[in-house]
Design a protein around this ligand. Structure first.
Ligand SMILES: Cc1cc2nc3c(=O)[nH]c(=O)nc-3n(C[C@H](O)[C@H](O)[C@H](O)COP(=O)(O)OP(=O)(O)OC[C@H]3O[C@@H](n4cnc5c(N)ncnc54)[C@H](O)[C@@H]3O)c2cc1C
Length: 450
């Protein structure tokens, strides 16, 4: 394994004891560099290895459908780990503190954990570092070229990070090693985790369960990938048409780490498929996705106006008093009560299916800017709705995509116009040129069941 994926975040003299892998972003047993690193370290030290997960009672506004997606997938992951002689411990409470407590109780020798640039995870990991007595290694299993290696500063746009990633891609696109069942067993009995007991600790709000073909878990993710490669990727050139079902639909699995982007790229390479549409897909999956982690890693205010580039803040400020064609309250946006059928349909698609089409996500966020009293309020509403209803919400891709739409992040200035200033504008006429707007709107505006 390439040790440049590993970032040592706490160095203390090692003690003999089991190795723990604290899984909090990459929820999978297969193709997981964090777990592979923990297993290899345990093998070297002649120690058992275990996976620890800790369910926080609430998580940045996540609702019950988000927790369900995670917990159902984890049940499958725990079973797969058991076959490799790796127990899975499910804790609940304040994650960093509980994992440190568990490590102390079991006299762990080393803790390995996932890389995640989002604020809540930075706090969890800091809690662990403050409370634990073990060395801690962070492994980036989300990005192919680890975010800390790809660039040490906030990149300007896709054009500036692309060559940095491409230069190192080959080095990091190595095959995942197949490891045999771990030879050192956990010293005591390890009953399977009780996920129903865990669910009772949740303080999450219930929202309508999205009706989606997307099933949680590693197996479902791999089945969806196989179907995408066979049937939809060849049509990916039509990806900006929301009436066509040609995208991978894997963003929820990628968000929960139930599938590795690196595995997806390796599968495409193994099939030797080529073409402009394949390049476009790989650019989204690798460059755009890794650029999002770069943005959140190097922008502490990734979810506020302070994260916008100076030119965008300046232009939005200059146009802050421009009259708006309409102003809606957050609840009116939520209930899809705007004057525009296309916008309402996109909002309904997100609420009913747990996902909005990628092209419409841009349009949807830009209209929230146009119909809100200020850019900061628009940003707040878009993040609230996206994180509340999208299964793939609370992701660096989401904070970046919304900041791109509303605050010019990773974009350049365009012709100045009211409200938007130099922020790129999108309108209904442009959408009409791309796809059959009426067909899309009518497919989501009919009441469910009709
Ligand atoms: C306003 C707005 C909000 C968004 N919110 C989210 C979000 O909450 N979670 C999320 O994962 N993505 C978000 N995106 C990015 C993108 O729209 C989704 O990743 C994509 O629509 C997911 O569908 P898919 O998996 O079928 O995509 P595909 O086209 O099949 O792409 C495959 C994967 O590549 C990555 N990807 C694709 N497009 C982008 C992009 N523009 N930026 C970064 N990565 C990308 C995703 O991981 C995606 O799953 C947002 C974009 C915008 C403009």
């Amino acid at each position: 394994m390439n040790l440049r994926r590993v970032h040592i975040i706490k160095t203390v003299p090692a003690i003999a004891g089991p190795v723990l892998y604290w899984m909090h972003r990459d929820f999978r047993a297969s193709d997981n560099w964090g777990l592979i690193h923990a297993r290899l370290q345990a093998l070297k030290l002649g120690q058992p290895v275990a996976v620890v997960f800790c369910l926080a009672p609430a998580f940045s506004g996540a609702t019950l459908p988000h927790f369900e997606f995670l917990l159902q997938g984890l049940g499958e992951t725990a079973k797969a780990l058991r076959q490799s002689n790796i127990p899975f411990f499910a804790l609940h409470g304040d994650p960093g503190i509980e994992v440190a407590r568990f490590a102390r109780e079991h006299m762990a020798g080393l803790i390995v954990t996932d890389f995640d640039p989002l604020r809540i995870k930075i706090r969890w990991v800091q809690d662990l570092l403050d409370a634990c007595d073990q060395p801690v290694h962070e492994v980036d299993s989300r990005n192919i070229v680890p975010a800390r290696v790809a660039s040490d500063h906030r990149e300007f746009m896709a054009r500036t990070i692309r060559p940095k990633i491409q230069r190192q891609l080959q080095e990091f696109l190595d095959d995942f090693p197949v490891l045999p069942p771990h030879p050192h067993s956990w010293p005591s009995a390890t009953p399977p985790p009780d996920f129903s007991a865990l669910r009772q600790n949740l303080e999450a709000e219930a929202t309508i369960l999205p009706k989606t073909r997307v099933k949680p878990g590693e197996e479902a993710a791999h089945a969806l990938l196989a179907d995408f490669l066979e049937n939809r990727l060849p049509l990916y050139m039509h990806r900006n048409d929301p009436n066509q079902d040609v995208c991978s639909d894997l963003s929820a699995h990628l968000h929960f780490g139930m599938i590795s982007a690196q595995r997806m790229v390796l599968e495409i390479r193994a099939r030797r498929i080529m073409g402009e549409h394949i390049d476009s897909f790989l650019d989204e999956l690798i460059i755009r996705r890794e650029l999002s982690d770069n943005f959140c890693l190097h922008t502490p205010d990734y979810d506020t106006e302070a994260g916008f580039p100076a030119w965008a803040r300046e232009t939005l400020h200059r146009h802050r008093h421009d009259p708006r064609p309409a102003i809606y309250a957050p609840e009116e946006f939520e209930q899809a009560l705007t004057h525009e059928p296309l916008w309402n349909a996109a909002q309904i698609q997100m609420m009913r299916s747990g996902k909005m089409h990628g092209y419409l996500r841009m349009y949807w966020a830009k209209k929230i800017l146009e119909w809100s009293p200020s850019a900061s309020e628009a940003l707040r509403i878009a993040i609230w709705l996206n994180d509340r209803y999208s299964l793939d919400g609370r992701d660096s891709n989401g904070y970046t995509g919304i900041s791109w739409s509303i605050g010019g992040v990773h974009d350049r200035g365009w012709t100045e116009r009211p409200i938007f200033g130099k922020i790129r504008y999108m309108n209904l006429a442009g959408a009409r040129r791309k796809f059959d707007v009426e067909r899309y709107a009518s497919s989501w505006m009919t009441p469910p069941g009709n």
